[in-house]
Design a protein around this ligand. Structure first.
Ligand SMILES: [Zn+2]
Length: 99
């Protein structure tokens, strides 16, 4: 799965979670690392998720799942790390450009 697709999946999960988070205070999303087989769940609060979505280059991954060459860890939480896609990688991925 691509990270763009994962984002879509997580957006839909958020819609479902919205109802539950009223009671639990937390929601679950899927790890947004580059591993196509990784579908590990991350527990996150709705406000943390909103903050994460405020920048399209930010992704939540399970600690240890970040790829150093492509991503920079910009925040660490007990449950997950926030990584920022390096600009070149993001542009290349978006356009399909492959030098
Ligand atoms: Zn992962």
């Amino acid at each position: 799965m691509t990270q763009a697709l994962l984002r879509e999946v997580n957006e839909r999960i958020r819609g479902l979670n919205d109802d539950f988070s009223i009671f639990t205070g937390v929601m679950q999303i899927v790890c947004e690392c580059g591993d196509p087989t990784c579908l590990q769940a991350i527990t996150i609060t709705p406000s943390e998720y909103e903050h994460l979505r405020s920048d399209p280059t930010w992704f939540a991954v399970i600690p240890g799942h970040a790829v150093a060459e492509l991503e920079q860890i910009i925040a660490t939480q007990p449950e997950y790390h926030v990584v920022q896609k390096r600009r070149a990688a993001t542009a290349a991925q978006a356009s399909g450009f492959n030098p």
